[in-house]
Design a binder for this molecule. Structure first.
Ligand SMILES: [Zn+2]
Length: 140
């Protein structure tokens, strides 16, 4: 009988352990860390709004030496991820605008300008998120 109250899966890990491992991976992902060791930082600067180092991705993990740029043009694929995020974000903003101002009132230039400003503000975060997602997909 399992006295700890955890269900033991076929892999031998309890559901709580799997949950904790998943949360740890999510924390590493959102923290911009290496997909293999979870210790090394992927980007040079911690601050995504540091414009001089915003685009600087390390060549390899400082901890486990995982290659962060395995081939030339590796991150071209991340632009598709960024595009999808941008479209989803704009659609979300349009939905919010429709809820507040109504559908017809949202089909105007104000929405375009406000959405463009929001996209500029969130651009560094989308950039990093898409690169991280691409890197983590490649190393899963
Ligand atoms: Zn690493």
């Amino acid at each position: 009988m399992n006295t700890s109250g955890n269900l033991v899966s076929a892999a031998g890990l309890s559901n709580n352990t799997k949950f904790e491992a998943g949360m740890s991976k999510l924390k590493d992902f959102l923290g911009g860390r290496c997909p293999r060791c979870g210790a090394g930082k992927v980007f040079e600067s911690r601050n995504p709004y540091n414009f001089s180092k915003m685009l600087t991705t390390r060549k390899e993990c400082p901890n486990c030496h995982l290659d962060f740029i395995p081939e030339v043009g590796f991150y071209w694929g991340a632009t598709y991820v960024a595009y999808a995020i941008t479209v989803a974000f704009s659609a979300f903003n349009f939905g919010i605008s429709t809820l507040i101002f109504g559908f017809m009132n949202s089909l105007n230039f104000t929405y375009v300008i406000v959405n463009a400003i929001l996209l500029l503000i969130f651009c560094p975060l989308f950039f990093r998120f898409s690169r991280m997602l691409w890197l983590w997909i490649a190393h899963e």
